[in-house]
Design a protein around this ligand. Structure first.
Ligand code: ZN
Length: 408
């Protein structure tokens, strides 16, 4: 027995000694890469500085499960980071809360009297009772997003906003941004809601002006809404739908240009970052990425719309943008053949489609092209490196003709 005990003791000791030698491997993905959520690489969209301003990338129109979107506010914040944005506004509908009924169904057993909660969509979204009381806290989505980015230290600027919509559709849809309290602007009278946005110092964007309408001309209601001076900006792109004709209205009525995703599903389902197209966004020319500086830039109309590698805006900003983004050098002067050779280098993440007569050049991000440009046979002068930029849109539904500065 003693002998058996001794053997058992030796086996136990041996096992303990062997255990002590086991190296504790940290938990990793199979590839050996740590798969931390927060550290999924961000897409960096490199843009030039223009006239001393940085260009910040903003999406001022997204939805979450707090209205009819399909992801949470915190997921919208993570996406914004992955997608390369600097600023985002969650703009859940003031009047539509698709998932409320599902949640109330789930909560039914917890009601005090055992009866189901009543689904009470706020304001005019409720077909049955337009004066139905507002039972939701409409700031909840923004507050969830804000506390999440603070806790996770995600450097994204989140703007408090909402989307306003009333029947009939010809009234249009509008985003109100930089609000203090979304609950306080909820009112059955649309115009009263607008007044309250302005009282809070909010700004208003006319969304997708061609949405479910045969024309973009102003409806009767829109004549009033614009006439009151409530509109500050227009979406010239919503998702991949462009409204370049709206640049004219922006210029005429001194409104800023905006472009946004209006994304309802996860952004990765709509925008694949591997195909060279970023999500639709507004480029904002500002000194810093603070609420004050971004708002100031919008109101001073220093913006360019971006959608599927198209840039939409006022010519002044488009000209500055491409001139800062593209380096143009003379690399040869060939007197015999009568041309100058240029090297054009694109230093930003956006491609440029340059047209000279019948020739089209695609100047991809971070690539150089050699282009020969001849001289005017009458004057003997060399032509300038001037191109119509086919993926830029400006006033008159036109592509601007832009002279690229040489050796700047
Ligand atoms: Zn929307």
């Amino acid at each position: 027995m003693k002998k058996l005990f001794f053997i058992l003791a030796m086996v136990a000791f041996g096992a303990a000694a062997a255990t002590a030698q086991v190296v504790q491997t940290p938990v990793m993905g199979k590839t050996g890469i740590r798969l931390y959520d927060k550290r999924v690489p961000r897409t960096e969209i490199i843009l030039p500085q223009v006239k001393g301003y940085n260009i910040y990338k903003g999406d001022f129109h997204v939805h979450t499960i707090y209205s009819d979107g399909e992801v949470t506010p915190r997921e919208r914040m993570r996406e914004a980071w992955y997608d390369g944005l600097d600023v985002i506004a969650i703009t859940d509908h003031l009047e539509i809360r698709t998932y409320e009924k599902f949640m109330l169904k789930a909560l039914q057993p917890y009601s005090k009297d055992g009866k189901p909660f009543v689904y009470a969509n706020a304001g005019a979204g409720n077909k049955k009772d337009k004066k139905a009381p507002m039972l939701s806290n409409l700031n909840a989505g923004y507050e969830e997003a804000l506390s999440y980015i603070e806790k996770e230290e995600i450097p994204i600027l989140a703007i408090r906003g909402t989307e306003i919509w009333r029947r009939p559709n010809i009234v249009g849809e509008y985003n109100a941004l930089f609000l203090k309290d979304i609950n306080a602007i909820c009112h059955e009278d649309l115009f009263e809601s607008f007044r309250r946005v302005k009282e809070q110092g909010g700004i208003i964007i006319h969304n997708h002006p061609g949405w479910r309408r045969p024309t973009m001309d102003k409806s009767e209601e829109q004549v009033r809404i614009y006439g009151e001076g409530w509109v500050d900006g227009i979406e010239v792109a919503n998702g991949t739908t462009l409204y370049p004709k709206m640049v004219d209205r922006c210029v005429d009525e001194k409104l800023f240009i905006s472009a946004s995703t209006d994304v309802h599903r996860p952004s990765s389902q709509v925008w694949s970052r591997d195909c060279g197209i970023f999500r639709t966004m507004t480029f904002i020319l500002a000194k810093e990425c603070t609420e004050k500086a971004i708002k100031e830039a919008l109101l001073k109309r220093r913006t360019i719309g971006y959608s599927a590698n198209n840039l939409i805006g006022e010519e002044v900003w488009l000209k500055e943008f491409i001139n800062e983004a593209v380096d143009c050098k003379v690399i040869a002067v060939n007197e015999k053949k009568g041309h100058r050779g240029f090297q054009l280098t694109n230093t930003c993440s956006i491609p440029f489609i340059l047209r000279r007569g019948k020739l089209v050049y695609v100047l991809n991000p971070f690539q150089s092209l050699h282009i020969n440009i001849s001289r005017d046979k009458n004057t003997g002068e060399f032509y300038k490196p001037e191109f119509t930029v086919d993926n830029m849109w400006t006033v008159g539904d036109k592509h601007p003709k832009i002279h690229i500065a040489i050796d700047k």
